[in-house]
Structures are given as C-alpha cells and as structure tokens.
Design a protein. Structure first.
Length: 446
C-alpha cells in the first residue's frame, strides 16, 4: 500500500481533533502510534481511511458489527425509521417484539433495555446487590466489563502489583476510584475453579454476584477449560450469589450466545454490541424471579435513550433478518477458515505463535504456550504483535481489533476472497518474520 500521502492527512486530522479532545480520541484504547486511524466511510467488510486507503476490516468495531458495515437491509430500514422519528421519550412500539425475540433466542424470562454494555453491566451489578442485600462482586483477573467504578479493578494489572496467582490483589485500573468501592471487589484467576471457590467461600455471606465473560476477550480469546463454567455455576449456588454472564461480546459469537455453546445457564445475562447491528443497544435479562424485582421506586433503572426507536428498530432488523442462524453459520465458516489458515501458515514457517479461536473470533499470540488466564497472557510478546499488526495494515488488512489482547471478528459480509486476502497478507508477513528469526539465530551463533 502506498502511504505517501497518508501521514500529512492523518496528522492534520489528529491535530484538529486534539484542539478540544484530549489526545484526539474519545476512547483511550484508540490512541496508537504514530496516529489514530481516522475513518471516512465503511461498507460490507471494507473501510476507507481519511486518505482513501482501503482495508479489509476484521476488527468490525470490536465485535459489534457481525452484520457488517452498513448492511443494505438495515440501511433501508433505518432510513424509514429516521423519517418517522428518532426518539420519543416514550416506549417504542417494537420494544416488546424485540424483547420476545431476545428472550426466546437467549433463553431468558425477562429483560430491560439499556444503551451500552457499560450501562448494562453497571445495572446488572446493582441488581445483584439489590436482590441479595450483599455488597461484594467477584470478578476475574484480566476481564473487562465496562469503564464504571464497580468493576474497574484488575483489568490489566502490572505484575508487581498482582500478588498471589491463587489470591490476586484487587488492583484499581484507574485513578479516581473510591477505596471503599474498590474494596467491595473480589478478584479470582480465570480457569481455576478451586481458587475461585476458595475466594468465594472466604466471603460467602457477602458475595452479591459473580460476573464473568464465558470467553474472556480482553486477553485474547481464552476458552473456558472443561468444567470451569459448570464449577462457577456451582460456586454461585453454594454461596447464594447471582451468576452474571457478561455476553456483551459472546452474544454475537453464536446464534444463541454462550449458553448455546457451553450449556451453562446463568441467573442474569448482559447482551450488547452485535445485537444492535452498529447502533447502541444493550440489555440485561434473566430469570423472572430476579428481573421482576426491578420495581419502580425500589431498584432504579432509567435512561432517556433506553429502548429508543432507532436502536430498537436496528436490533429487530439485525437479529431477525441479518443475524439469522444461517447468517451466523456463514460468519462462523469464515472464522474457522481464517483460524485454520493462520494455524497452517504458522506451522509452515515454524513461528513461535499460538492461534486461539472459536467460530467468528480468534487471536494470534506471540507466545509458546496457550493463554488460559491473565498471568499466562503476560508472557505474550506484545512488541512483536505490534510489528505484525503494522505490517498487516500496510498490506491493506486490519487483522483484528487494536491490541494484542483483542481478537478478530468475521461477519456475514466477509467472503472467501476476504479471508484469502487476509491470509495472503499474513503469508508475506510470516515470511518476513521467519527471515528475521533466521538472521537473529545467525547473529546469536556468531
């Protein structure tokens, strides 16, 4: 790709943004060297930056766009929706229809709509505390559940602060968090059910909820080991805590979400990202015995934009006409082909890398061992990952979301040609890495 004109144009965009936006970005994770990526338009599986450079996109808005960019069916429906009102301050007539579909698809009795995953996990935590009358929330080291104060702990803790792997320290992930709130968190190691049970039992009379991503996706793509999710379900029952599955990402990875994939039923589910087709939409759902306690004046749930007609219409069209079971199967086939291609190229070039994937998502780790939790993710060579990522961008492929702790997403819009282009770029990058590895071996021998 010819980037001859890219630097001055993106530099001007960045400088313009920085005049009034700190660091020129509105999510700190978008700040990368040498410049953030500023996008002009996107369609299907492609997007174009401010210079007009085309990329095949395998980030897909961090998994929010399993429907692809600007799907024509959704675009037509939303033009009609906008012409008939964007927000009313009252209930959307289609909210009940979408709730029916979501409850049937994801095996829930009741739900409440929110706007974002952050809103929804915040409400899920409040709900668990209200229903149980307890205050502590057990979460897992390395897992991210939105940037609200209750769960902004031990997301990416530094080694020197993390403590015992079996009994991790609770490490604040931002300045500005109240000490009293941080101390209500319990942090456990993912994929270690014995340690999780021990920690829960230490606080058994004060654990309101246990929250986890069934597949953690802020340390790559970490599969739950056999029996782990079942064990967490049993621990929650043992201590009387509400089990919350944060499915902001995983609800879009399988047609019926993580319960369909792993056959473990939580008390509460948090849905988001993919269900809105690119519009902000989230939901908290679960058992009637829990959700029916959200009584006005007792447990607060509010928001002007909750169940706004734009988001509700987008969700209904996305889930019933685009992310059908057939549509999700297509995206999964593309993801499986991509994962197999990566595995083959890595094996052919004998590179010290691991592929961890399932269905529409996966990641490549520059590591010799599988990542199973946060402590093993810390062994990943993040510097080498950035070299790979930059090299792929220069070949017109966004290989995955930004960061070695992220993953790729394949959508209904991706084609076999897109996967072939991705793997062709990686073949070139892998050859370069192999040559560099050989050169380093010669230097070390000398």
């Amino acid at each position: 790709m010819d980037n001859g004109n890219r630097v001055p144009v993106v530099a001007r965009a960045w400088e313009a943004a920085k005049r009034h936006i700190p660091f020129g970005v509105n999510s700190n994770y978008r700040l990368v060297d040498p410049y953030p990526l500023y996008v002009r338009k996107a369609r299907g599986s492609k997007l174009w930056d401010v210079d007009g450079n085309e990329y095949v996109d395998f980030n897909m808005a961090f998994g929010a766009l399993v429907a692809g960019h600007s799907h024509p069916v959704l675009a037509r429906a939303m033009r009609d929706r906008v012409s008939n009102g964007t927000i009313f301050g009252y209930e959307s007539v289609d909210a009940g229809r979408l709730a029916d579909h979501l409850c049937g698809r994801f095996h829930m009795d009741r739900l409440k709509f929110s706007m974002t995953g952050l809103d929804a996990t915040l409400f899920a935590v409040r709900l668990a505390r209200a229903v149980t009358g307890r205050r502590r929330i057990l979460k897992f080291e390395g897992c991210y559940h939105g940037s609200h104060d209750s769960l902004m702990v031990s997301i990416k803790p530094r080694k020197e602060l993390s403590g015992d792997p079996k009994h991790p320290n609770v490490v604040p992930s931002s300045k500005g968090l109240l000490k009293e709130l941080v101390e209500t968190a319990i942090v456990a190691p993912f994929n270690d059910i014995d340690a999780t049970e021990s920690l829960a039992l230490m606080h058994r009379d004060d654990v309101a909820g246990i929250i986890l991503e069934p597949v953690p996706m802020n340390m790559g793509y970490v599969q739950p080991e056999p029996g782990f999710l079942e064990g967490v379900r049993a621990v929650a029952d043992e201590v009387g805590a509400i089990l919350i599955f944060d499915e902001v990402k995983t609800c879009g990875k399988w047609y019926g979400g993580a319960e369909e994939a792993f056959h473990v039923t939580p008390d509460v589910k948090v849905l988001g990202k993919a269900i809105g087709g690119g519009f902000p939409l989230a939901a908290v759902g679960g058992k009637a015995s829990i959700l029916d306690q959200v009584i006005p004046g007792q447990i607060s749930h509010a928001g002007t934009f909750n169940a706004n007609p734009l988001s509700i219409s987008a969700g209904l069209v996305t889930l019933t006409k685009i992310l059908t079971r057939a549509g999700v199967r297509h995206a999964q086939r593309m993801g499986n082909d991509l994962a197999k291609g990566y595995t083959d190229v890595i094996a052919d070039h004998r590179l010290p890398m691991k592929v961890q994937a399932g269905g529409i998502s996966g990641t490549v780790h520059f590591a010799r061992s599988i990542v199973r939790d946060w402590r093993s993710f810390e062994e990943v060579d993040v510097g080498r990952w950035w070299g790979y990522y930059t090299a792929m961008l220069n070949r017109g492929v966004i290989p995955m979301a930004t960061g070695a702790d992220e993953q790729w997403t394949t959508s209904v819009a991706h084609t076999h040609a897109d996967v072939a282009r991705h793997l062709g770029a990686f073949e070139e990058v892998a050859e370069g890495m192999k040559q560099k590895q050989a050169d380093m071996s010669i230097v070390e021998a000398i």
